[in-house]
Ligand binder design. Structure first.
Ligand code: PEP
Length: 257
């Protein structure tokens, strides 16, 4: 890893203000582990309260709308989450692609809106179990990612700072089934090549690629030792400071690479 590992907690639809104490504990622990960049994406309602108190961690959103504003009941714009204190937004998570029918084209338009609002983005990609079993995982992820990321002509110059990719095989999310280190290595290498092809050697090499899917303190060190793994997007294990910071600690340990 050349850049600081990036460990991002995705709280999904978990957390009321009672969870603010957990966010505080994560922030305090992050201040003692500066070798790692720690971030949280809580539900929209907790972005501002966490941002207001946080001294070290950055706060992000789990989605945003592609439009600047307008008659979109129940939606929220990139500028609104930025105004609440969000510094980044997770886009294209499989729970939104599957549960809300988000297409690659829609995800790309959200990415454009988020970047225009000054946010960083974490672009998720990943295949289903069926796609992996049919031997088409690599082709699927390449196509999905290429169609979801901003086209090179629309990308900001500092792409490596603004964009992170998260590889999250759907069958590994929330299931306890982690991809093998060989599968992670293969897919991260494919993603790296795609990023270099799209954005050029200098920027494409520097984009961090996270792994996501049942990462826990117990398996984190093994995953972080895989080449091209620049951190993790963590769901379930990010809900307590103990388990989340256990993962961050593993990311801060020197690896063999
Ligand atoms: C996620 O949903 O982004 C995720 C990786 O979840 P979990 O860690 O619970 O598998």
């Amino acid at each position: 890893m050349t850049r600081r590992p990036y460990i991002v907690g995705n709280w999904k639809m978990h957390g009321t203000r009672a969870m603010l104490s957990e966010a505080r504990a994560i922030d305090r622990a992050a201040q003692r582990h500066m070798k790692v960049e720690v971030a949280l994406a809580p539900p929209f309602t907790l972005i501002h309260p966490i941002h207001r108190e946080a001294e070290q961690i950055s706060v992000g959103a789990q989605d945003c709308h592609q439009a600047d504003g307008g008659a979109y009941t129940g939606d929220i714009s990139a500028a609104m989450v930025a105004d609440a204190g969000a510094k980044f937004v997770i886009l294209g998570h499989s729970e939104r692609r599957q549960g809300h029918g988000e297409s690659d084209a829609l995800v790309r338009s959200k990415a454009q809106a988020a970047l225009a609002a000054g946010l960083r983005i974490i672009m998720c990609c990943g295949e289903t179990a069926q796609t992996r079993e049919s031997g088409k995982a690599v082709a699927f992820v390449k196509k999905q990612l290429k169609a979801s990321l901003p086209a090179p002509a629309d990308a900001p110059a500092d792409i490596a700072e603004r964009i992170t990719v998260a590889y999250e095989p759907i069958w590994a999310i929330g299931t306890g089934n982690v991809a093998t280190t060989a599968d992670i290595a293969e897919m991260h290498a494919v993603i790296r090549k795609l990023l270099v092809d799209l954005y050029g050697e200098e920027q494409g090499r520097e984009v961090r690629i996270l792994y996501g899917g049942s990462v826990k303190p117990e398996n984190a060190a093994e995953i972080f030792a895989v080449p091209e793994v620049g951190g993790a997007l963590v769901g379930g294990a990010s809900l307590t400071a103990d388990s989340f910071m256990g993962i961050a600690l593993a990311a801060g340990e020197p690896s063999d690479h």
